[in-house]
Design a protein around this ligand. Structure first.
Ligand code: NZQ
Ligand code: ZN
Length: 391
């Protein structure tokens, strides 16, 4: 196991009706004037936004609002939010929504207290300072409610890139599983896929002797395999929603990624797809994960065979471990299709003729030097083959 520091200071408030504590939590974490940031309207329609505002009012905390965050959040609204925060002297940002809203809030939080262009953080500069952010989560997926990360798309060039820093870890996150009951089935499934991807990207490691995190990841993946179909069949199943919501947080606050190298190539390859086609991140991952895993399988057959046996219950073929390894990847692919995810380029809305542009943006965009690294370092030729295998 590698050396590590684990810092996860977020206060999680979990359960039914917990959004009513938003006002008192903002006060506890020092907010005196709040920007409520939200998405395209689901939080308005469900009445959640009204309840959050009432909670702030009951604490006597003034607020401004900025809605309109799109899935795959854009730089334009971040610039607008930074300007608003400076003008209104905002000292706390409350994100009400999913990963896109939370990531946009984190970008505004970092950009408001920074003299330069906020995009510097998405081009490699670490975030050291930011306004405090709190979240009221409405979809179990990205894990941004407990992560130090934010992913934004630069409209100029449509580059989708991530930024990181402990300063943008939320001060608090309110997780009420009942809020996710209004999700359309496709979004629920995309969220499940993203959570599973966060676990797989950590499972694919070159670090040896990491039994504790291997076992944590396996437990969370088994939970997703059990609860995913239950919630697709019965969207109002609170308990299944609750297990998925907490698994989503645990999958990405890095408690099961410490002390080990990680992959993230399925994510990098997906981010170009959601930047170009504006597809749901989880739907893109359903297509990229099996393709990347199949391509890199020979790098460490026993790791994939271990996943197949321990996660998918496959029988180990000791004479031909690569057969077991491939069976595990096929089981993952079939599972994702069974919950309603796409399986190829066509179903995702991607086009073969765009592959050269996708590869160029992936390997050279925004300061990269021709490769992406992870479990295996991939060059342009590798990435071209991987995209082609998704057709
Ligand atoms: O905008 P509204 O109207 O709220 O609709 C949203 C949106 O259309 C809808 N939705 C959310 N909660 C709902 C709901 N509809 C009905 N009822 C509810 N309760 O769902 C749609 C998707 O929302 P979005 O926030 O985009 O989903 P998600 O949480 O999957 O976030 C995706 C973004 O997170 C990034 C992805 O790249 C993508 O841009 N990621 C962020 C990470 C991080 N910060 O740590 C890590 C991830 O790997 C990921 O890259
Ligand atoms: Zn993800």
């Amino acid at each position: 196991m590698d050396n590590f520091t684990f810092y996860s200071p977020t206060c999680f408030v979990f359960g039914k009706d917990t959004e009513s504590s938003a006002g008192s939590l903002v006060r506890r974490f020092g907010g005196t004037k709040v920007l409520i940031h939200y998405g395209g309207g689901s939080a308005v329609r469900s009445g959640l936004l009204g309840r959050v505002k009432a909670s702030l009012e009951s604490e006597g905390i003034p607020f401004c609002e900025l809605g309109g965050v799109q899935p795959n959040p854009r730089s334009g609204l971040v610039y607008q939010g930074i300007e608003l925060c400076r003008k209104e002297k905002i000292d706390f940002i409350l994100a009400v929504g999913g990963g896109s809203v939370i990531d946009s809030s984190k970008a505004i939080a970092a950009g408001t207290v920074y003299d330069g262009d906020f995009w510097d953080f998405y081009s490699g500069k670490r975030i050291e300072q930011a306004l405090p952010v709190g979240t009221v989560l409405t979809i179990a997926a990205a894990g941004s409610e407990g992560s130090p990360d934010s992913v934004i798309t630069l409209e100029e060039g449509m580059f989708k890139r991530g930024a990181s820093g402990d300063a943008i870890r939320p001060k608090f996150s309110i997780l009420n599983p009942a809020l996710t009951q209004s999700l359309p089935p496709f979004q629920t499934a995309a969220g499940i896929t993203d959570i599973m991807a966060h676990l797989y990207e950590r499972y694919l490691t070159n670090t040896r002797e990491v039994e504790v995190t291997d076992r944590l990841i396996e437990a969370l993946l088994l939970t997703m395999i059990h609860e995913g179909p239950r919630v697709i069949a019965d969207p109002d199943n609170y308990d299944a929603r609750a297990n998925i919501m907490w698994a989503g947080m645990m999958a990405h606050n890095n408690s099961c990624g410490v002390g080990r190298s990680q992959d993230w190539n399925s994510h990098n390859i997906e981010h170009e797809l959601s930047a170009l086609y504006d597809c749901a991140h989880g739907a893109g991952l359903a297509v990229t994960m099996p393709a990347v895993f199949s391509y890199v399988l020979e790098h460490d057959v026993s790791r994939f065979a271990q996943a197949a046996v321990r996660i998918w219950g496959c029988q180990m073929d000791f004479a031909h471990p690569e057969v077991t390894a491939r069976e595990g990847i096929e089981r993952l692919r079939s599972f994702l299709v069974s919950i309603g995810m796409p399986k190829n380029f066509e179903e995702l809305g991607a086009r073969e003729e765009d592959i050269p542009a996708l590869v160029h943006a992936l390997c050279w965009g925004d300061g990269r030097q021709g490769t992406i690294s992870g479990f295996v370092t991939l060059n342009e030729e590798d990435c071209t083959k991987i995209y082609r295998s998704m057709i």
